[in-house]
Design a protein around this ligand. Structure first.
Ligand code: IMP
Length: 190
């Protein structure tokens, strides 16, 4: 079955393909279908934003579409940056600036608890939306660690390792997106 990924984020495309293609699904990044759409993410929840992105691609193509909306929710910052994770330090989105702003916001803060959240909205061929939420608890590190991944990966610690210090397989096994994708995969298998 073909599914179009409603994202321009190459890292998300890599992770989604890495986890879903071995299960027999053929995924196309929207770019591979010649679609350069940037949807305005004006929702206030991960669910709303994931739906906006998936629906835009479904309406354009009539094909099954999948979008991930994700972000880092830090307890000591009342859940920020949350749905605003991509543009935490302003636009255009800049991972380095976001990480610097997060480190600054957490200066002197002892409670480093945080959750990474991914909500996947899958719109099937009939236009029906299905939601899958994955969360990964961890902490905000005191400095950037590791060279892999993207976004807040160097600052998000699960135990002793940051996401950026993990291999792709290690991250997939515990990550917010990995958890959401496995729920989606269970649903698709039925
Ligand atoms: P959006 O889902 O396109 O609104 O953007 C999510 C933002 O959350 C990304 O731009 C990253 O800053 C952050 N993010 C989401 N998932 C991850 C991840 O797996 N690692 C690091 N940062 C992530």
């Amino acid at each position: 079955m073909d599914i179009i990924l409603a994202t321009n984020n190459a890292h998300k495309v890599e992770e989604l393909k890495r986890m879903l293609e071995p299960l027999g699904y053929t995924l196309f990044a929207q770019k591979e279908k010649g679609i350069s759409l940037e949807v305005e993410e004006n929702g206030t929840t991960f669910e709303q934003n994931a739906y906006l992105k998936a629906k835009a691609i479904y309406d354009l193509t009539g094909c099954a579409a999948l979008a991930d909306d994700s972000g880092l929710c830090v307890d000591a910052l009342d859940g920020a940056p949350g749905v605003y994770s991509a543009r935490y330090a302003g636009e255009p989105c800049d991972d380095k600036k976001n990480n610097a702003k997060l480190l600054q916001a957490m200066e002197g803060v002892q409670d480093r608890a945080a959750q990474f959240v991914s909500v996947i909205c899958y719109i099937d061929e009939k236009g029906e939306a299905h939601y899958f939420r994955g969360e990964c608890p961890g902490t905000v590190g005191f400095e950037e660690k590791g060279n892999g991944g993207f976004g807040y990966d160097p600052l998000f610690m699960v135990g002793e390792k940051s996401y950026a210090e993990m291999t792709g397989a290690e991250k997939d096994a515990i990550s917010h997106r990995g958890r959401a994708i496995r729920l989606l995969a269970d649903y698709l298998k039925k």
